[in-house]
Design a protein around this ligand. Structure first.
Ligand code: F6P
Length: 531
């Protein structure tokens, strides 16, 4: 299979872009085609998506579909859903989708990929449901225990961003009374602040780490254990305030959790990537916060999107279309970043979640075969909830020299918090998309807004568990699609290892006093720290 930039479709996309003088005029495209919104929008499970304000000309999407075909994207999708080792550098499957698959295959049972399942995948599905049942039973137990007033979830990266984002988003379904805390940073400011308000006998600590070796999580977990033992807790399992009752591990490394002193562990397998893990045991804080039924609704929403990705025809397959659009924006239009603007305070952590999902998955410069990519890969993903972002960075979106496509995410229905505010919130999202597209003419250069700035509009009916599950799965799969076009392994993250290793090395050198061979700049910085 040729690299993406050597396919006929790539050449045709570039020819269209260059031949027609770069970006189309969105105003002209709408004037020319009264059916543009109908043609470039679609329904997918729980989401309506409008791609009509993107720099798409007639024929562009057909060329993108051809590119997907020439790059074998749908065959690679089927390989993922068949349980094959699509994480090639780590020789592992990527089966986060199995975590939301019903025991009988549910809506994906008819898919070709499912017919290719071998005994390993079927056994994995049975194990998924055993763990899910155990996790939801534990969630129920905690929810019924009136003594537990505070739950502290300690984890970082994929073991933190998803659970925190979902718990915030599903605020309307949470029990009043039990506080949920999320601690990620090794900076003691975070854990210290949380611990100050707690009582050991009323606190449950969840230590979430796929590997149970991540430095930040282990440091925070040890400090939490020290605090617990110093504040009335005990390592004696028979004690009324036993560590065994107040600490739970969520990990693939059950042995390391046991060495730490934790006997209650919920496991998952190495085929669940960190940034794809909120559906696994890592999601326990979500289940505690909103209860088993709502957690199952989250899984069901994601499963509906899995089925859509597997079964919808390509031209109406939203994850496929969004992933291809991402490649188009990045490589053909040359746009290096994507702004995510959820017009929902409940989704305020979604940009951070998507930043890891996109940039840790596709921020790579070699293909799965180890060949240097000739084109750019993941865009910079960033953003902030609207309308707050309008009073911060939207100035740059409207008038800065860089063109940054914006993904607006809005809700048709209000949540429980002051629903009378909702309409104004959502209309603001529409107005911003309009302003980006139309701009403003003015004789005063400082007032002129050039317009013709692209955006996508995603509309959910409401911020409930099913819609949120579908939205997250949509984002996972679009990242998979662009990674497949580029030909990179979207499921490894070797780049983050070097910094971790060097931090360990510097701490070891500090202890030994041996600075031989350390570069002058690093030595000087350490000297400034008093070392
Ligand atoms: O940041 C690198 C990373 O490996 C992420 O991929 C992962 O989500 C995070 O660290 C935490 O890892 P763990 O769950 O093993 O503690």
């Amino acid at each position: 299979m040729p690299p993406c930039d050597q396919t006929p479709a790539w050449a045709a996309l570039q020819a269209q872009w260059q031949g027609e003088g770069g970006a189309p005029s969105l105003a002209d495209e709408f004037a020319r085609d009264s059916a543009r919104t109908a043609r470039l929008s679609q329904h997918a499970p729980h989401v309506w998506a409008d791609l009509s304000k993107q720099w798409l000309r007639p024929g562009t999407e057909a060329l993108l579909q051809q590119l997907a075909h020439e790059r074998g994207v749908l065959a690679w999708r089927d390989a993922m859903f068949a349980g094959e080792a699509v994480n090639t550098t780590e020789r592992r499957a990527a089966m986060h989708w199995l975590l939301r698959t019903p025991p009988d295959g549910g809506q994906i049972a008819a898919a070709d990929a499912v017919h290719r399942w071998d005994g390993t995948v079927r056994a994995a599905l049975a194990e998924v449901h055993e763990t899910l049942d155990a996790m939801l039973a534990l969630a129920d137990e905690v929810r019924a225990d009136a003594r537990i007033t505070d739950v502290v979830h300690i984890g970082i990266g994929g073991s933190h961003l998803g659970p925190e984002m979902v718990v915030q988003a599903l605020e309307d379904w949470r029990d009043a009374g039990r506080r949920m805390h999320f601690v990620a940073n090794i900076d003691g400011h975070e854990l210290g602040q949380v611990l100050r308000g707690l009582r050991a006998g009323h606190t449950l600590f969840l230590i979430a780490s796929k590997t149970f070796t991540t430095a930040e999580t282990m440091r925070n977990a040890h400090s939490a254990r020290d605090w617990f033992l110093a504040h009335g807790g005990s390592a004696d399992a028979a004690h009324p305030c036993a560590l065994a009752r107040h600490f739970v591990a969520l990990t693939t490394n059950v042995e390391a959790a046991a060495r730490f002193g934790i006997t209650r562990t919920l496991g998952f397998r190495d085929w669940v990537g960190g940034r794809y893990s909120l559906w696994s045991a890592i999601g326990l804080p979500i289940a505690i916060a909103v209860g088993p039924a709502v957690f199952r609704a989250l899984l069901a929403g994601a499963h509906a999107m899995d089925a859509h990705f597997l079964l919808a025809p390509p031209a109406q397959n939203l994850p496929l279309r969004l992933g291809l659009l991402d490649v188009y924006c990045r490589n053909i239009c040359g746009l290096p970043s994507r702004c995510v603007a959820p017009y929902s305070a409940g989704l305020r952590r979604l940009p951070a979640y998507l930043q890891q999902l996109e940039m840790e998955s596709n921020g790579k410069r070699v293909t799965r075969e180890g060949v240097q990519l000739a084109v750019q890969s993941a865009p910079i993903v960033w953003g902030e909830a609207g309308t707050n972002g309008q009073h911060a960075y939207f100035q740059m979106l409207h008038q800065g020299p860089d063109v940054i496509p914006v993904e607006f995410i809005a809700l048709r229905e209000a949540g429980r918090g002051l629903p009378e505010h909702h309409h104004e919130l959502t209309v603001n999202a529409v107005a911003q998309a309009q302003a980006l597209m139309l701009g403003r003419a003015s004789d005063a250069p400082e007032k002129r807004c050039p317009g013709n700035r692209p955006s996508t509009f995603l509309l959910l009916d409401r911020l409930d568990a099913a819609s949120l599950g579908a939205l997250i799965a949509l984002q996972e799969h679009r990242v998979f699609v662009s990674g497949a076009v580029w030909g990179i392994d979207s499921f490894d993250q070797w780049g983050v290892e070097l910094g971790k290793q060097l931090a360990g090395d510097l701490l070891a050198r500090e202890r030994s006093g041996d600075w031989a061979g350390v570069d002058g700049s690093t030595r000087a910085l350490m000297h400034q720290l008093g070392v």
